[in-house]
Design a binder for this molecule. Structure first.
Ligand code: ZN
Length: 318
């Protein structure tokens, strides 16, 4: 049963409804969320490996983080997660129970099979100023044009919670993907994370389904001005270059959405992860999955599908 559709502003968390919008360390998205199924909040944290060692590591990490954030910030430790920020403990508990656990569970249905064995810290800040101040203090990062980011070396998510819950979904996808698929290439890492910046829970709450968002306009514009690379070129890139990040993000996100629409995203993820040592770009895995020798037809079909999608009226963030 779908409950409601939310359009944000600030994230709203109530017992049975939440939305997922995006956010990232690279580009902000449009906060807009969809409702979740009613069963989600009742499910246990499947990804929490509550071993004594992990508990101990979380306590150590929590003590370390506490020294580096404002003294009036609150913190809760729920292995493998440490949640902290300028919210009260009850709100942090709600973030954990209503967002972090359901998102992680849903991602484990379609993608992630390896649970974290090291702490993942998630810092929630209520506004731009405190978010940027902590980004600077923790990571010497200006975060001027960001809604949030994932600091890979420290397994730490830092977000401006006022930008919407999709930010958390985006960054949590990065954090859990790194555990499950350590050598995930940049195009797929960003495509999968960006897919969840705008998504909804399935009716049974077991899956997250990506939805169309403002990046569609970026992608269409690139197609119409012959600026879109082939999917093979995108997949071959060792990194997403800053000068065309908007296009490549949109390309990677919408290619993931395209595979999802054909029920091929989850199989692709798992086959690719398994084959990554011999197929680091995923190109061979994709060819095999689509049973084709060339991705040229795939490119053509993808572009036709993109141009046939309903136009999004939302505007990108300023
Ligand atoms: Zn990202």
């Amino acid at each position: 049963m779908r409950l409601l559709v939310l359009t944000l502003g600030p994230p709203i968390i109530v017992a049975v409804s939440y939305c997922l919008t995006m956010l990232d360390g690279d580009k902000p998205t449009k906060p807009e969320l969809r409702a979740a199924g009613s069963t989600i909040t009742d499910r246990p944290a499947l990804t929490a490996t509550t071993s004594a060692q992990l508990n101990s590591r979380c306590q150590e990490e929590a003590a370390s983080v506490k020294q580096r954030i404002d003294s009036d910030c609150q913190m809760i430790v729920r292995p493998p997660y440490i949640l902290a920020g300028d919210f009260d403990v009850d709100q942090l508990e709600r973030y954990h129970r209503l967002l972090v656990v359901p998102i992680a569970c849903a991602l484990s249905t379609d993608y992630f099979d390896t649970a974290p064995v090291e702490p993942i810290t998630i810092l929630f800040f209520s506004g731009d100023q405190t978010f940027r101040e902590h980004a600077r203090r923790l990571d010497q990062r200006s975060a001027m044009h960001e809604y949030g980011y994932y600091h890979r070396a420290d397994r730490r998510i830092v977000i401006n919670a006022a930008t919407g819950n999709g930010t958390l979904a985006h960054e949590l996808t990065h954090a859990l993907a790194r555990v499950d698929f350590p050598h995930i290439p940049p195009w797929f890492d960003e495509g999968l994370a960006a897919l969840h910046e705008q998504c909804e829970f399935s009716d049974d709450g077991l899956r997250l389904n990506g939805m169309s968002n403002w990046r569609l306009n970026v992608l269409r514009d690139a197609i119409q001005h012959s600026r879109l690379h082939s999917i093979e070129t995108l997949m071959s890139k060792p990194a997403i270059s800053p000068e065309r990040a908007d296009i490549d993000y949109a390309h990677a996100r919408y290619f993931c959405l395209y595979l999802q629409s054909r029920r091929l995203l989850s199989p692709f993820y798992r086959k690719f992860r398994q084959a990554a040592a011999i197929d680091p770009t995923g190109i061979d895995t994709l060819r095999e999955l689509l049973q084709t020798d060339s991705l040229k037809t795939t490119d053509k079909n993808f572009r036709r599908w993109v141009l046939g999608l309903e136009t999004r009226t939302s505007t990108p963030p300023q």
